[in-house]
Design a protein around this ligand. Structure first.
Ligand SMILES: Cc1ncc(COP(=O)(O)O)c(C=O)c1O
Length: 399
């Protein structure tokens, strides 16, 4: 039997590994205040959809600059419920990308809608807005751009096509807490936006959690009903909903962590800048800094001609790596051959085998970052055939 971690492309970390993510570290450093929040919930005696959830919903909407927020049980539910609440119905087509977490497609199909793939832009690795028009048919009801790795998608162009084609736009913000375009936070551009608070996200719970934000009172009211059996009022269901409620414990912990989100995102960007500097002259390629966007740097994903060798080389120095994602959705067994647009994804195809995620989270110590930088600096590979202008600090887009 093969080694499972290696088979799916992950380099097994050594004991002293510098991890790609360390969700326990923030909990350890905020232990007292998190325990106090848990104690408050335990003593409150109200464990589902109570005051903590209400407060978190207000605080998260306020942080983003959105009018409304509805807490739900996961990011996948957030996306599915956002699609349904805006008016996407079974049989409607929803245009999105294959270069994403499979959850994006799971959510679309969960409500009976039909995903259609469009390719990505090689610089942002997000939906290519120039290809969008051609993917839209009379059955298209919505577009789901994914702000992948924390990089905002080209919302202005996407919204322009959506308006012309009368489609809803639901942003998948699962990886982009605090990312912005021109200072305006992602999650406030579309008709609604879905967030995941999975523990490794920039804002992470200690279990599953998610939220939908919107600026539309009707969508908000429908979401509140859909997340709880379609109830108009207790025990009266107006339509078929589900059980997808955010619990008090997760909301209380998210409120504690929200206070640190901006500082921690800034630390991610500072580490990313150091990596970008270290990668100059190595032949491997840093993420491209899209002007006028603020990257949430959920993941630092470089490009390499020799991805597997680079991963092995980093692993030898105790530096873990990961693949986001080892297989794009259109090539996964459950989806192969059945999603429209899957045969027109040359950039997705060219990129996915070249991408490597290296540790870039705010709980890395300076010494650990230095170890990664020194190891990267000593790397050398023939220059990439897919030429990406390297990141330059002077562009300031990561800061
Ligand atoms: C891009 C993207 N969309 C959706 C999701 C789904 O979120 P969750 O795992 O909370 O259901 C994730 C989380 O992994 C994600 O990364």
């Amino acid at each position: 039997m093969g080694n499972m971690a290696t088979d799916i492309g992950l380099q097994p970390p050594r004991p002293s590994a510098i991890q790609v993510a360390d969700p326990g570290a923030e909990v350890r450093s905020d232990r007292e205040i998190i325990l106090a929040a848990i104690e408050r919930v335990l003593c409150g005696g109200h464990y589902i959809l109570g005051r903590e959830v209400e407060s978190f919903e207000k605080e998260w909407a306020g942080y983003l600059g959105a009018c409304n927020c509805v807490g739900v049980a996961s990011g996948t539910d957030a996306l599915a419920l956002a699609l349904k609440a805006t008016g996407v119905e079974p049989g409607d087509e929803v245009v999105t990308v294959s270069h994403t977490a499979v959850a994006t497609i799971v959510a679309i199909e969960a409500i009976g809608a039909i995903p259609v793939f469009v390719d990505i832009d090689p610089r942002s690795r997000c939906m290519d807005p120039n290809l969008l028009r051609a993917a839209i048919t009379p059955r298209t009801r919505a577009i789901v751009p994914v702000h992948i790795y924390g990089q905002p998608a080209a919302m202005e162009q996407i919204l322009c096509v959506a308006r012309q084609c009368r489609c809803f736009v639901i942003e998948d913000c699962a990886q982009a807490h605090g990312a912005a375009i021109g200072g305006r936070k992602v999650g406030t551009f579309g008709d609604a936006a879905a967030f995941s608070f999975y523990p490794t996200k920039n804002l992470g719970a200690i279990g599953d959690a998610g939220a939908v934000v919107s600026n539309d009172g009707t969508i908000d009211a429908r979401l509140r009903s859909l997340r709880q059996y379609g109830w108009r009022e207790r025990y009266v269901s107006d339509e078929i909903g589900i059980n997808s409620r955010l619990d008090e414990l997760q909301a209380a912990i998210l409120r504690v962590k929200l206070c640190h989100l901006d500082r921690r995102n800034q630390k991610r960007r500072t580490i990313a800048e150091r990596y970008c500097d270290a990668l100059i002259s190595t032949g491997a390629v840093s993420p491209y800094a899209i002007p006028d966007t603020t990257h949430a740097m959920h993941l630092f994903v470089l490009e390499s001609n020799m991805r597997d060798s680079l991963a092995g080389y980093l692993s030898e120095a105790g530096i873990a790596t990961a693949l986001h994602y080892p297989i794009p959705v259109h090539r996964q067994p459950a989806y192969v051959g059945r999603i429209a647009g899957a045969d027109r994804l040359p950039v997705t195809e060219a990129l996915y085998e070249r991408l490597l995620t290296i540790p870039c989270h705010p709980d890395l110590t300076d010494e650990q970052v230095q170890v990664v930088c020194e190891r990267l600096q000593a790397w050398s590979e023939p220059t990439s055939p897919v030429i990406q202008p390297p990141f330059h600090r002077s562009q300031g887009a990561l800061s």
